[in-house]
Design a protein around this ligand. Structure first.
Ligand SMILES: [Zn+2]
Length: 264
């Protein structure tokens, strides 16, 4: 095998780097544009800093609302643009990227309607399957999963395939305040390892998805993506009191990030 070639994660063919496309994960239209990283180290420092405190007090006494002040601090002091063009990966060839784009168009409809069961139930089954395939497809580009040989490629490649019976389960939740630290949507990707197996995470502005090779722990309430094929499904909102997989993956990323910044 030619070492300079990259294997497309969907069709398995090898291409040179410039024949690969920039795949957005998640799709650009669902929040993957100019991604801002919250600088967690700076945040901890800032909240302990006298200068910041005086600055905030001055603004409060000048009659500025707390919301405004906090928003301003996040925008100007604590966030930095890490992916100005959105987060992409060279994981798919152009043909496969275009092919999956059809599924992404279906997902955008789901996203725009907030996944509300009452509205989604009116969708055609073929559209619902495209939504499901779009999300499975996005996991092909998650960096933490780059060495994973997924068994759902045939399910994705065959547009009319309705069944997937491989080992991966895909669950999701609708974001709310319980899922987002300080109300900031973090749309990073991640991975966590449990005794039972592996959990990958991918999220966009409205939903958090976990792909895992075991049945989810019953204590974590999430919606199975295949449930959207049913006439009625329950859309789980929020991560629950324990924060679910999202909290564990987010915390491990923050600690990794902090370590890199402090000791790196
Ligand atoms: Zn391909």
């Amino acid at each position: 095998m030619d070492k300079t070639k990259i294997k497309c994660k969907l069709c398995g063919m090898h291409y040179s780097e410039d024949e690969m496309s920039e795949e957005h994960y998640p799709a650009r239209s669902v929040g993957n544009e100019d991604i801002i990283a919250l600088d967690i180290v700076k945040m901890i420092d800032s909240f302990q800093s006298e200068e910041m405190r005086n600055d905030v007090l001055k603004k409060i006494s000048a009659g500025e609302s707390a919301d405004n002040i906090l928003g301003d601090i996040f925008d100007t002091k604590l966030s930095k643009s890490i992916y100005p063009a959105g987060r992409t990966a060279r994981t798919l060839c152009r043909k496969c990227n275009t092919f999956l784009g059809k599924y992404d168009a279906a997902y955008l409809k789901f996203f725009s309607l907030d996944g509300e069961p009452k509205k989604i139930k009116g969708f055609k089954e073929s559209t619902k399957l495209q939504i499901i395939k779009s999300i499975f497809g996005k996991f092909l580009s998650v960096p933490e999963a780059k060495n994973e040989e997924f068994d759902f490629l045939d399910f994705l490649n065959n547009e009319v395939e309705t069944k997937y019976s491989g080992k991966w389960k895909l669950y999701f939740i609708k974001r709310d305040l319980s899922t987002d630290l300080l109300g900031l949507n973090d749309i990073g990707t991640g991975k966590a390892t449990f005794d039972e197996g592996i959990v990958y995470e991918l999220s966009d502005d409205r939903f958090i998805f976990n792909l895992m090779n075991f049945e989810k722990h019953s204590c974590f309430s999430m919606t199975n993506i295949f449930d959207i094929l049913n006439k009625n499904y329950v859309l789980v909102k929020g991560a629950g009191n324990d924060g679910g997989y999202h909290a564990q993956i987010l915390m491990s990323r923050l600690f990794q990030y902090t370590d890199e910044n402090v000791y790196g």
